[in-house]
Design a protein around this ligand. Structure first.
Ligand code: EPU
Length: 426
């Protein structure tokens, strides 16, 4: 198992390049199988979740050519509707392959998808969507068996689930007639997926709102698409700049994707500016005075993203006063708090959905472990702001969603060593 050894206290300086959005890549890659010719995807983040999704496509017979940050995917020779069980179990996002498989082949065999331990994370909302589209399914020996081409019509989501919305879109782009998805999630990554599909020839309107309309088309062709910048990675580095009271440039970004995050950070007393350079947008952080605590509650987009709940909470350990963090999306996303407490943060967990932070606290590095992508990244930020050395184990979680986080931070002047327990024991 790999771990980070981090010496905190350094001021950061320079520019950090933001990679393509993980949660857009993880849907656009499976969406390529809807085409009748190859697609080329640019700005693909170099993260292990994307590598797993590539392997899943390989397991059903797609050809995948990995050219650094670009993927060429040829879906013409797909010969299976049952992606590799072990891979599916490792990646929650794999659930979004069911929609495209049903649209193209009218069948799919899937095990319960796995992923980070951040709550119950069932797939009942997806099953409900497929049932509304007339797809039959049964569950046997830990696998779901789906049968039937999705029928166009009205779909009402039970909750604003991001991946269930994406599955509903991909399941119906090739269905004859008009589908309307009500109570749809509106995250920017869904808009990026719809943009990609429209370039392939789909007719989708309303992505980014809570009602999406899909006019089915007969076929889709391969295309080229560049993935949007990752708003969560950008938000994480923004907080890295603020927590170390440093001047760093973060970009490219689409600042509207971070509206509420920027507003909350500015209310706390963080200093930054947004500017254009070479037709792209960047954010630069500046030195600030005392930070003041500000409560948040996580909500579906455009609310405060659950994926920045933990980095923001770590920042609040450095702010004066008391604030409440209320997590409305996932009920199990507080594992990192026990680690943060070991670093001397003052945290009181009220219930599985909310906690109070009292600050500021002098964080002191110690041995901790990462339990999920975002919690792990948040602990890296805590380590940057703490005195003494911090050892963070299980960094595989961080690698799932952050493109070389240690290298990017070291290029800004952080002191992070990536080490491997197994190699050391030899
Ligand atoms: N839910 C159900 N049943 C379902 C699906 C979801 O009860 O069938 C529940 C979930 O357990 C959760 C809530 O509904 O409590 C919201 O889940 P949602 O379906 O919106 O989340 P998701 O689609 O599984 C995506 C991202 C997450 C991100 C959330 C919220 C991907 C691959 N994952 O998950 O990203 O936190 O939306 O924005 O797109 C991450 O990047 O670290 C991450 C966890």
């Amino acid at each position: 198992m790999a771990y980070f050894k981090i010496q905190g206290g350094n001021t950061l300086k320079g520019a950090v390049a933001i990679s393509g959005a993980k949660n857009a890549a993880l849907k656009i890659i499976p969406a390529t199988i809807l085409g009748n010719s190859p697609s080329r995807i640019s700005n693909v983040p170099n993260i292990s979740d994307v590598r797993k999704m590539e392997e899943i496509l390989l397991s059903i017979g797609a050809k995948v050519n990995n050219l650094n940050n670009e993927l060429e995917i040829d879906p013409q020779n797909i010969n299976s509707v049952a992606p590799d069980e072990k891979l599916v179990k490792k990646l929650r996002g794999s659930v979004v392959l069911i929609g495209p498989l049903l649209a193209r082949f009218g069948r799919a065999v899937f095990s319960q998808p796995g992923g980070c331990l951040i709550g119950a994370r069932p797939i009942d909302d997806h099953l409900d969507v497929f049932a509304q589209l007339g797809v039959k399914y049964y569950y046997k020996d830990e696998k779901y068996y789906f049968k039937g081409k999705p029928r166009a019509g009205k779909v009402i989501l039970r909750a604003m689930s991001v991946t269930a919305t994406e599955n509903a879109i991909m399941a119906t782009v090739l269905s004859e007639g008009t589908t309307t998805i009500h109570v749809a999630a509106a995250e920017p990554e869904i808009v990026d997926l719809a943009d990609f599909l429209n370039k392939m020839g789909a007719k989708i309107t309303g992505a980014g709102t809570h009602e999406i309309v899909i006019n089915g088309v007969k076929s889709l062709r391969g295309t080229h698409h560049e993935i949007i910048p990752d708003r969560i990675e950008a938000g994480t580095y923004l907080i890295a700049g603020i927590i170390t009271n440093s001047e760093i440039e973060i970009g490219p970004v689409i600042p509207e994707h971070l509206d509420l995050v920027l507003k909350k950070l500015s209310t706390c007393g963080a200093k930054f500016k947004i500017y254009e350079k070479d037709n792209k947008t960047f954010i630069k952080t500046f030195k600030h005075g005392e930070l003041i605590a500000e409560s948040i509650d996580t909500r579906p987009y455009p609310g405060f993203p659950t994926d920045l709940q933990s980095p923001y909470a770590v920042l609040m350990t450095q702010a004066r006063g008391e604030c409440t963090i209320f997590e409305t999306i996932f009920e199990g996303r507080f594992r990192y708090l026990e680690e943060l407490k070991l670093m001397r943060a003052r945290v009181e967990i009220e219930n599985p959905r909310s906690f109070v932070i009292k600050g500021p606290s002098k964080l002191i590095g110690t041995k901790i472990s990462s339990g999920d992508i975002r919690g792990g990244a948040a602990l890296v930020l805590a380590a940057l702001a703490s005195s003494k050395e911090t050892i963070i184990s299980d960094i595989e979680y961080i690698d799932r969603g952050y493109d070389r986080m240690d290298e990017k931070l070291n290029a800004l002047g952080a002191n992070i060593l990536r080490l491997d327990e197994i190699l050391e024991k030899k």
